[in-house]
Design a protein. Sequence first.
Length: 418
Amino acid sequence: MTRPVTPGGDPRASGRIVAVVARVRRHGPDRATQSSLAHKTGTRLREAPPRGSSAVAVAGDAPGYTQVSADLPAPLSNSSFAESPRLTAGCLFCGMGGFAAGLVAAGFDVRWANDSNAFACTTFSHQFPGVRVVEKDIRNVHVETDALESVDVLAAGFPCQSFSQAGNRLGFDDPRGALFFEIPRLLGGFQPDRRPALVILENVPNLLVAAHKSWFDQIQRKLRQSGYWFRETSCWRVNVKAATDLPQDRDRLFMVAASRRHFRRNPFSPPAVANGTGRRPLADFVDRSKRGSDDAYLPPENRYHKMIAKAMEAGTSVDNIYQLRRSYVREKKGNLCPTLTANMGRGGHNVPFIRDQWGIRRLSVEEVAQLQGFDSKADLFPDIPTHEKYRLLGNAVCVGLASLLGAECASILRNRLP
Ligand SMILES: C[S@@+](CC[C@H](N)C(=O)[O-])C[C@H]1O[C@@H](n2cnc3c(N)ncnc32)[C@H](O)[C@@H]1O
């Protein structure tokens, strides 16, 4: 199970501790002040360790920290990462924590997260008990009143329904799409020299399609107005099946903006990937030898059972995954899982099904979690309804991609590439 920080300390790190404590002092109000502000603003704060103790534990828990060497170019501002042994991150639209899991795997200390959905927040807290979760609508979140401390990286996988090829394509005219504008608003809430050095956004590649270029242009304009280097070459369009060992066909777009205060240009370049050569077989993730839970199987009299059984008979292999679309069943070929989506838990379209010796069943929560890159041994969920687990998993940023990006960002920050 992923844990944020381990208490304990190495006395040799005392110099670094002083630097971190100094940084913590500069970064905003203490926990008591946060709680009182949260009380005033009606925010639900989930527990995090006391700020001072966490800072000391972080300083002592930094064996992998590389001292920045003197011959690297000087930073453009006295950035926090130049003095901190541990890189920090904040997550907007945090969901169950796909981005956070990847960032933690890449060595980041996630300091805070926000989401308006209670199931997302309880699940996030369950996985990352040390992280402060602000549970409320992002439109009511404010840097000062919610005491969001300055972080090195801000990650935000903003809602994609209105930009998706499969959605209504209303873009920013859909209130869910317009939530993007909350990101530059919040960036503006930090003092210019306290804004995150890097901002990572995640959404659908449809944003780059010529017909919707105006969406991308808006995003670019807003990020530039917020003081960031950003253009199309700062993006990473990637498919999970090509970039990770996970056999999921999931196309995503990551956009990385770099603060002009910290960098002379945008230093981001897409991580090198194996192009599918390291991909593991679907059988590593989907276990047909064990009986699934009773409610996972479709009763033979169910109309979807009949549709899927027919498609399986007509298909190229019964070992493939079959996905229920609105009015038909699609076989996913190539030893792959189709894109996992938020609506797969409630039945209806997009539910992935397989056949085993006991019948036709949907993929289990555990199988879906692993196909999204979550740790198979992790205790991911608190006691929440099963359909909510599927929804959170379908919404999640793939952990495999988030950790690749996290490693790239960590390398940029640690080496202070100009
Ligand atoms: C695509 S999911 C994010 C996945 C997440 N970034 C991750 O790393 O796994 C979008 C999230 O936005 C949240 N959301 C939608 N509207 C919101 C709002 N008005 N305020 C805050 N969060 C919101 C949803 O609850 C959902 O968890």
